[in-house]
Design a protein around this ligand. Sequence first.
Ligand SMILES: [Zn+2]
Length: 207
Amino acid sequence: MKYKRFFVMLLVLNIFYIFAQQRIVFLDPGHGGKDPGAKGEYTRNGETLTVYEKDIVLHLSKKIHDRLKTIAPDIGVVLSRNDDSFVSLEERDAKAATAIGNKNGLYISIHNDVSLSKTSNGFSLQVNTKNRSFAHALSNELEKITSTQMANRGVTDITEYKHQRKKNADIILNLGFISNDHDVRLLADNNFLDACAACIADCIKEK
Ligand SMILES: [Zn+2]
C-alpha cells in the first residue's frame, strides 16, 4: 500500500511538472558593440540625425522585456545582450541554449532591414516550422498597429535566411528598412517602438 501511495504521488508530481514547465523567451537584439548593423540617416529641422540598427533593436528588445515582466511574470525573459556589447552569433546561440535548456522556449532575433533601394520598406518575419502559426498571428497583430505606417512584407521560411546568418533563432523579426526615409523616422520614434513592443509582448503572452 505504501508503494502505491508513493507512485500516485510521483504521478501527481509529474503532471504538475508538465503543466508548470516554465516558458522562456530569449530575446536577441542583433549586432552590438563593434558591429553597428545597418546605419540610417534622416533630417529633422535641418539637422542630420544618424541611427544605428544595434541601438534600435536593443531599445525595442528592452521594451519587450519590460512589458513581458509586467504582463506575464511567469514567463522567463532573457536577453542576448542588454548593453552595447559585441556578442558573436555562436555566443548568442550558446546563451539561448543555456537559457532555454529543456524548458518551453522561444528564441526571437530582432533586426532592421536595409536595402540599396531607398524605396524598399516594411516589416517581415522569418520563422521555423514549429512556430509558423505564432509568426502569422504576430504578423497580423503588428500589421494592425503599423497598417497606416509600415507595410507588412509577410512571413517566410527561416531556413534560407538562417543559411546566411548561421543562427538558431525560431523567429527573426526585421522591423522596417533603416535605408527608407519613412521607416527610419518611425524606428527613431519612441512611441512607435512602444506600440510595437506592446504588440509583440502581448502576442508572446497569448502564444
Ligand atoms: Zn541586422
